[in-house]
Design a protein. Structure first.
Length: 184
């Protein structure tokens, strides 16, 4: 099963980070609003087991992804199976009818960059801006250092975990994380 390996970093100055990416030769490949629906079993055991079932809409493409967390020690690693989906609405309806529930909806403004076989995403969410570097462990470390980042300060939590932590620190309720208050 394919593995996804990544690290996140908080981004304080997005324009500076985009300039740094250009300096090291990263090329912008895509940008736009990404809409994600996370599904869980009715007893919420998927997340407890480290599973993720996500339906995503981005850049004219729909994808269904299943992930199983492997480790979060120095890098976030997950086994990942992903496939294209022709009709987003129909796939959502199929998942609901076979017993899955929508557990969370989140959106992010994202800009993708490529540097060889390394994928770099700058993700703006309503609670902060982050950069994900995805590839091999060696490639992630090398890219982070080229960008002036310390790989030891990388974040391995998911956006849901980071958002839950953000809400807890502020005494807020966790809700769908969308730029417009109605979930699409």
């Amino acid at each position: 099963m394919p593995r996804e390996i990544e690290l996140k970093f908080r981004v304080e100055d997005e324009n500076d980070m985009i300039r740094r990416l250009g300096t090291i030769g990263a090329e912008k490949t895509n940008e736009g609003l990404e809409h994600n629906i996370v599904f869980d079993s009715d007893d919420r055991t998927f997340r407890e087991q480290g599973f993720l079932l996500r339906l995503r809409k981005f850049a004219g493409r729909n994808t269904l992804t299943f992930k199983r967390a492997v480790t979060k020690k120095d890098f976030k690693e997950a086994e990942e199976i992903q496939t294209g989906v022709e009709n987003f609405g129909n796939m959502k309806e199929i998942l609901l009818r076979i017993g899955f529930d929508v557990s969370w909806v989140y959106e992010k403004e994202t800009t993708h960059f490529a540097l060889g076989d390394i994928l770099i995403c700058i993700d703006k969410l309503p609670f902060g801006t982050f950069m994900e570097i995805e590839g091999t462990k060696e490639g992630i470390i090398s890219t982070a250092k080229k960008l002036g980042l310390d790989p030891a300060e990388g974040i391995t939590e998911t956006y849901m975990e980071l958002y839950e932590q953000y809400c807890k620190e502020r005494g807020q309720e966790v809700e769908n994380l969308v730029f417009w208050k109605k979930a699409r």
